[in-house]
Design a protein around this ligand. Structure first.
Ligand code: ASP
Length: 325
C-alpha cells in the first residue's frame, strides 16, 4: 500500500539551529536536511520538504502564519494527506492556534519543534519530527484540527502552552492534559475535541490587537491610548477569574465603547468567569461594560482569534468566542 503523502514546512526554530559564527546557535538547517537526518521517516510517509522561512520563532508573525495556512490549503487540495509544520517552540502555542483557526478540512496539521539545538547532546528534534510525522499520517488524527506534538505528547492547539524555558517536556495542556501520545510508534488518541469554526483566509491579514496583563496597583493609564496607537482591539489579562482594580473598570468600559475588548485571565489556566463576582472591577461589572469573556482561551490565543475576527469590522466578537466558553 502506498504511504501517505505529507508536506513538511520548516519555518526555523531551535530544531534547525547550529552554532553560528557570531556566537550562540541560529537557524541554519532546512526541511530537507531535517528529514534526511531521520531515516525512519521514509517508512512513515512520502515527504515533500519545503522551507518557507529560516527564522527564530519570535520573528514569525500572524501574516507569515497566514501564508503557511494558504500553502497548507493548496497542498491538501492537491492531494497531500497531512502536514508537519516545523518551527521554534517560543511561539508554537500561537502558530498552532492560528492554523487551527484558518485551515479547513479534516486532514491533520501537526506543529513541532525542539527545545535542544540540532547539534546538542540528546537533541529532541529527530524524535519530535518522527512522532509528528506519525501523527500527521494517522487516520486517528483526522478531524482534530491543528495539533502540537512534542515529547511524544499530542496536544490540541486550543489548549497547548509552553510552560518551561528549557525542558523537552515544556509543552503542557494545563486545562485538560494532552489528547493522546505517540507510543510504540503508534498514534494513540484518548480523547477528541470538536472542530470549532474556521475563519476565512481570504479575509486577509490579521489586524493589530493589544494584549495587556493587569498587575496589582496599575491604574490603567496606557489603556485609553490603545486606539490612538492603531490597535483595532484589545485583550485584557485580568486577575484570577477576570478582575481589575475598581478604578480601572470605567477606563475599560470607555475603551470597549471604541474598540472590541476581550477579557481573559493572567492565571495559567481556567475559564474566565461570567456570573460570580459582583464587586466593581469584577467580571460581571466588566461584561456589563462591554467586555467579551475569552472563555478558556489564554490571552495569547484570544488575541489571535480577535485579530482574525475583526478584520472586516468590529462585529461578531461574542459569536466568535462562544465556542470557547
Ligand atoms: N528561541 C527558539 C525559537 O522559538 C526556541 C525554540 O525553538 O525552542 O525559535
Amino acid at each position: 500500500m502506498a504511504l501517505p503523502r505529507l508536506l513538511f514546512l520548516s519555518l526555523g526554530g531551535t530544531i534547525t539551529m547550529v552554532p553560528s559564527d557570531s556566537g550562540g546557535i541560529a537557524p541554519k538547517l532546512g526541511a530537507a536536511e531535517l528529514v534526511a537526518s531521520v531515516p525512519a521517516l521514509k517508512d512513515v510517509a512520502q515527504i515533500d520538504a519545503q522551507s518557507p522561512f529560516k527564522l527564530p520563532s519570535p520573528s514569525l508573525t500572524p501574516e507569515k502564519i497566514l501564508d503557511v495556512a494558504r500553502q497548507l490549503e493548496a497542498a491538501f487540495r492537491s492531494g497531500f494527506d497531512g502536514a508537519v509544520v516545523i518551527q521554534g517552540t517560543d511561539t508554537i502555542e500561537e502558530s498552532a492556534f492560528l492554523l487551527d483557526l484558518l485551515v479547513t478540512g479534516d486532514k491533520p496539521v501537526v506543529v513541532t519543534g525542539a527545545m535542544r539545538g540540532a547539534d546538542a547532546p540528546g537533541a529532541d528534534g529527530p524524535a519530535n519530527l518522527l512522532a509528528a510525522a506519525r501523527v500527521a499520517a494517522s487516520p486517528e488524527a483526522r478531524g482534530l484540527g491543528t495539533l502540537a506534538v512534542l515529547n511524544y505528547d499530542i496536544h490540541a492547539a486550543r489548549f497547548v502552552q509552553k510552560s518551561h524555558t528549557a525542558l523537552p517536556s515544556a509543552f503542557l495542556s494545563p486545562l485538560t492534559g494532552p489528547l493522546g501520545v505517540v507510543a510504540e510508534g503508534r498514534t494513540q488518541i484518548y480523547c477528541r475535541v470538536q472542530r470549532n469554526p474556521t475563519l476565512p483566509i481570504a479575509d486577509g491579514t490579521p489586524v493589530p490587537i493589544a494584549l495587556v496583563k493587569v498587575p496589582m496597583g496599575d491604574d490603567g493609564r496606557m489603556l485609553k491610548d490603545l486606539p490612538k496607537l492603531g490597535y483595532a482591539g484589545a485583550v485584557i489579562e485580568g486577575m484570577g477569574a477576570g478582575h481589575v482594580h475598581a478604578d480601572v473598570a470605567p477606563i475599560l468600559g470607555e475603551l470597549a465603547s471604541n474598540i472590541p475588548v476581550v477579557l481573559s485571565s493572567r492565571s495559567m489556566t481556567g475559564p474566565v468567569f461570567t456570573s460570580t463576582y459582583g464587586y466593581p472591577g469584577a467580571e460581571i461589572d466588566l461584561i456589563k461594560r462591554g467586555l467579551v469573556p475569552s472563555g478558556y482561551l489564554s490571552g495569547l490565543k484570544a488575541r489571535l482569534l480577535l485579530s482574525l475576527c475583526v478584520r472586516k469590522g468590529s462585529g461578531g466578537v461574542s459569536a466568535a468566542f462562544a465556542p470557547y466558553q
